[in-house]
Design a protein around this ligand. Sequence first.
Ligand SMILES: [Zn+2]
Length: 153
Amino acid sequence: MGEGILWITSILIMLAIALFLIFSNKEVPMVSKVIMPKEFVDFLNKKFESSNNEFAFCLKGKVENQVFQVLEIAEPKSSTPIGEDSIIAKCPIGTIATIHNHPNKLCKLSSLDLYTFGKSKHPTLGVICGANNIAFYNPSSLDNSISVELGAK
Ligand SMILES: [Zn+2]
């Protein structure tokens, strides 16, 4: 009798874990292309050229057929950059990805980027690494950036 309950309990726990894994996977859609309105790209370019400090923005939009269409750029609640971790926490609800600059103009993700990207569960992460150089990555393409296309708003 007691053993039976133990069995049922462990099966229920395993089922709960399996469901959790399935649902948490579904939350992160695959993104292999990013479409960003030209005015957002212009805005980020200007910001990059006029700033030697790190900055970050929250990107809202929709993901369909592996395409992330950026529809809104939002500033994190506090402008003090204390690291990607806190930026994500300060992004508004509905944020799909974040983008930040690399003042050193290196497009590669830093080890901190990799860590926070993994924790964020975001489908993509953007890096502005030059005045006309924006790179987006997805969890299965951390070394090579995915394609970015200019779009209309
Ligand atoms: Zn970075």
